[in-house]
Design a protein around this ligand. Structure first.
Ligand code: BJ8
Length: 425
């Protein structure tokens, strides 16, 4: 089907036929999962629009910006500090993807037992269907889990602009020093890419933009603590997902707008599901667009999701950057401090994550936790069992789900979720 963006997509090197196919599947899935929900807040119309234009208008904005000299940086991880990118007038976009694509090609270069998130990024590259990856001036790969760090060696042969960021795996003095050194190196690389010297003034502006975005999301999270829940977990997840693509200032304003509406709903006692609907928390691997499978199963089985502990959720947005001074060093130090607190399962040991899950469950009144693990994701699978035991010891039941991006296990998952909900009743 011809689109006004065909020339732009072609210019980026996309395979138009394959890309059309992807957009068709995405649009159908979105309609079925999101647009069929009852009692959606009106403010979701903005996010519907963003999703309908996620490969169109948003890419045009990025490409138009590039024509004016602005750069686009793609990332696979919430450890890449957006503050530094914004300080150089560049845009950070998420490159993780939540759907299988070109799997036959991926299987030729990655082991089959690689997690779906990594395979998906490669599939979108090999299938030539990701305008974010194709428009990025720099792609940042980060040394986190073994799958990602080793796959970047292969990705380096597929893209001309891969920058690898080393990251610590132990929260030691040495680990923190490595993070600080890597953020300095990244700052320098961004300066070289953009030709812009990052001054204290510029970094303060970058910090403010990103802090504002996170504060808006924090406001949204707090409103979900109310029973009846004023917004579905699916819609809240979508807002989190959109935060990786949208213009941050516009996104922040749109989140506040929907929060205003949710406050009105709360005053009126209006929710997306009746008061007393079982409330669940998601914990585990990140869910990138269009990975909506398990939350969709959960919410269409009669529960409401009230929080996401993952990186597309509070692990990615918890804490603000709070500099102690207005010089460059203080700001860089505050950035390190903020990101140092991320409790990704690649850290060993990683006790903070358990505390965060418990805290979130208490704050949002969750009666159970769904631990979402992608097949072949060792860090989160390894943490799942001990975490489950510790949570259950405190009276918080856990349903451990291990899945991928295929739809083959939908019925089986539905049966398990329904049994879990019955047990909670
Ligand atoms: S900070 S969670 S975004 S690394 S699912 S690729 S861990 S095998 S995504 Fe992550 Fe950064 Fe950590 Fe967050 Fe590996 Fe697991 Fe796959 Fe994963």
């Amino acid at each position: 089907m011809a689109s006004e963006y065909d020339a732009m997509w072609q210019g980026l090197g996309l395979d138009l036929a394959a890309h059309d196919q992807l957009l068709q599947v995405l649009g159908d899935g979105y309609g079925q999962i999101f647009l069929s929900q009852q009692e959606r807040p009106q403010g979701m119309e903005y996010f519907n629009f963003v999703m309908s234009e996620v490969h169109g208008l948003r890419i045009k904005e990025l490409v138009d910006g590039q024509a004016e000299g602005k750069k686009v940086i793609g990332s696979f991880c919430v450890f890449v500090p957006e503050e530094i990118v914004r300080a150089a007038d560049a845009t950070l976009v998420g490159l993780c993807t939540g759907a299988d694509f070109a799997t036959d090609l991926v299987d030729q270069i990655l082991p089959r037992n690689t997690c779906a998130l990594i395979k998906s990024a490669f599939g979108f590259k090999l299938g030539k269907v990701c305008p974010y990856m194709e428009s990025a001036d720099m792609i940042v790969g980060e040394n986190t889990c073994d799958g990602k760090k080793k796959s970047y060696e292969t990705l380096g042969g597929l893209v001309p602009n891969l920058y690898v960021m080393d990251l610590p795996q132990v929260k030691s003095k040495e680990g923190r020093a490595l993070l600080a050194a890597e953020y300095q190196r990244f700052k320098q690389a961004v300066e070289e890419l953009t030709g812009i010297k990052i001054t204290a003034e510029r970094l303060a502006m970058g910090i403010k933009i990103v802090n504002d975005k996170r504060e808006a999301l924090h406001r949204l999270y707090k409103l979900r603590a109310v029973d009846p829940a004023p917004i579905s977990g699916l819609d809240a997840l979508l807002i989190n997902q959109v935060s990786f693509y949208d213009d941050p200032v516009r996104f922040t304003a749109s989140v506040h707008k929907i929060c205003d509406e949710l406050e009105e709903r709360i005053k009126a006692g209006q929710g997306v599901a009746p008061k007393g609907t079982p409330r669940l928390l998601f914990s585990g691997c990140p869910m990138a667009v269009p990975n909506w499978k398990v939350p969709w199963i959960v919410e269409s089985s009669g529960a409401v999701v009230v929080g996401e502990e993952s990186c597309v959720g509070e692990r990615g947005t918890r804490n603000l950057v709070q500099p102690q001074g207005d010089d460059l060093d203080s700001m860089m130090e505050a950035i390190v401090e903020r990101y140092w607190q991320i409790d990704c399962a690649v850290f060993t040991p990683n006790p903070e994550r358990e505390e965060h899950v418990k805290q979130m469950a208490a704050d949002y009144g969750a009666k159970g936790v769904i631990h979402y693990g992608l097949q072949f994701c060792q860090p989160y699978q390894m943490e799942a069992l001990p975490l489950e035991k510790k949570l259950e010891a405190t009276g918080l039941p856990v349903l451990r789900v291990e899945t991928d991006y295929s739809m083959e296990d939908v019925e089986q998952l539905k049966t398990r979720v329904e049994a879990f909900l019955e047990m909670l009743a």
